[in-house]
Design a protein around this ligand. Structure first.
Ligand code: CUA
Length: 360
């Protein structure tokens, strides 16, 4: 190992300690038993070696108590590993609800990050320290894998579905970001850095008008709202329960009953599927009349539509007639100082008023 390369990447997230503790336990158990077994092999080979040419081994008839012991002890140890591992796994795979959400698009060969306020970054991700960050990740082409060693988090980014990854950075700094799945000739160049800033600095960064590659876009929510109208989604998914499609306000994360009597949780992947292949899981009480949008919307647009649908909180459906002034649809755990967002505050999402007649 060349000098200066640390044995372990630094610990910079709230789960890093838990992951390392579990890892240390697994290594310790493995080392202990490896040494024990290797040592006993050598010891027994010497102790029970054949001393004369005609020496015969004693017949062995079994030892019940010994067999019970060497069954129970490994069982208990593996159960500790299992329960401990499951607890860490659930921590890693359950993003806190109030997490700051950032859209991630992986493609050959770069990482593209889009913040709720519209900032777009390539191979660089700015995040605040001390609050949970959730990445909603899609791939435009092949399987990639986002890996931040200092946070001890990694998740494959698979075409055709969404993966989420969350972390809470515990100290400011710059941390390496890798693609950890071979994805083509430039795979090794699909790297970048996470820049973790103190919350106030992060807000200042957010309020800056330029992103890494020179421009802030429309927020995903605002872009999604425009698409929602452009694709005429609003003619069927109306805010007043009168549409021929289900009402979408407050839908995300709820359980939905389907025509076949089963139920699903309306998460990002369900909504994605329902846009691309609407007849796959039709909501109870509705007809399978929606046309498929496979091939008509790309990954970026899907993320925008979902950001918009997510912003349709239940109460905003009632308030659709009169959007409260200055209320932002951007979900940040901390508040954004007024006027700080690069994009103009998105009004409480509203569907067009009832005079826009749907073909109901
Ligand atoms: Cu993307 Cu390797």
């Amino acid at each position: 190992m060349p000098p200066g390369v640390p044995l372990f990447p630094e610990r910079a997230s709230t789960v890093a300690g838990q992951v390392d503790a579990l890892y240390a336990f697994l290594v310790a158990v493995s080392v202990f038993f490896s040494l024990l077994i290797a040592g006993l092999i050598v010891y027994f080979a010497v102790k029970f070696r054949r001393r004369t040419d005609d020496q015969m081994g004693e017949p062995i008839t079994g030892a019940l108590s010994l067999e019970i012991i060497w069954t129970i002890i490994p069982f208990l140890i593996t159960m500790v590993m299992f329960v401990w591992g499951v607890r860490v796994y659930f921590t890693l795979y359950t993003p806190p609800e109030q997490a700051l959400e950032i859209n991630v698009l992986g493609r050959q060969w770069m990482w593209e990050f889009r913040h709720g306020t519209g900032q777009r970054e390539i191979n660089q991700l700015h995040v605040p320290v001390g609050s949970p960050v959730k990445l909603l990740m899609a791939s435009q082409d092949v399987i990639h894998s986002l890996f931040v060693p200092a946070f001890r988090v990694k998740a494959d980014v698979v075409p055709g579905t969404y993966r989420t990854l969350w972390f809470e950075v515990s100290k400011p700094g710059e941390y390496h970001l890798f693609c950890a799945e071979y994805c083509g000739t430039q795979h090794s160049g699909m790297i970048g850095k996470v820049v973790a800033l103190e919350p106030t600095q992060y807000q200042a960064w957010l309020s800056g008008t330029l992103s890494a590659d020179g421009g802030a876009d429309e927020s995903p929510t605002a872009a999604g709202e425009k698409l929602f109208v452009d694709l005429a989604c609003h003619t069927c998914h109306r805010p007043d329960r009168q549409g021929i499609g289900p009402m979408l306000a407050g839908l995300l994360g709820t359980r939905v009953r389907l025509r076949d009597g089963s139920a699903v949780v309306a998460d990002e992947n369900y909504i994605r599927e329902s846009i691309l292949h609407p007849t796959a899981k039709v909501v109870a009480g509705f007809e399978p009349v929606m046309p498929p949008y496979q091939g008509r919307v790309n990954e970026l647009q899907l993320l925008q539509l979902i950001a918009y649908i997510k912003s349709l909180a239940p109460q905003t459906a009632a308030a659709a007639v009169m959007p409260p002034q200055g209320q932002s649809a951007v979900t940040l755990p901390g508040e954004i100082p007024p006027g700080a967002a690069a994009a103009p505050p998105v009004p409480a999402p509203q569907l067009p008023p009832a005079e826009r007649e749907g073909p109901s």
